[in-house]
Design a protein. Structure first.
Length: 95
């Protein structure tokens, strides 16, 4: 869920109460709005779909996540070393 929220800026489910949110999370399908996901790579979408698979036996493992192409070779706009360093440099956290 966290990766979905980070990429989309909103959660895949919403509810009036924690109980309603839990029910949606367990029973509802995640909807992937094409207009929102079109700005991201297909690998990002595939990774999120595999991470949010309802069936734990079919869900991608953490080892598989860490070796997934989008993680190991992210697009420059997502994980470029230069971008990360320049952000840290601006905040003064490079040591």
């Amino acid at each position: 869920m966290t990766l979905f929220i980070l990429l989309m800026g909103y959660p895949p489910f919403s509810g009036e109460s924690q109980s309603e949110l839990l029910q949606q999370t367990v029973h509802e399908r995640v909807h992937y709005e094409e207009k929102d996901w079109s700005a991201l790579s297909r690998d990002a979408l595939i990774l999120v779909k595999n991470m949010l698979c309802k069936n734990p036996d079919e869900r991608i493992s953490m080892r598989e996540v860490l070796s997934f192409p989008w993680v190991t070779n992210p697009p420059a706009s997502v994980g470029s070393r230069e971008g990360v360093l320049s952000c840290r440099a601006r905040s003064g956290s490079i040591r």
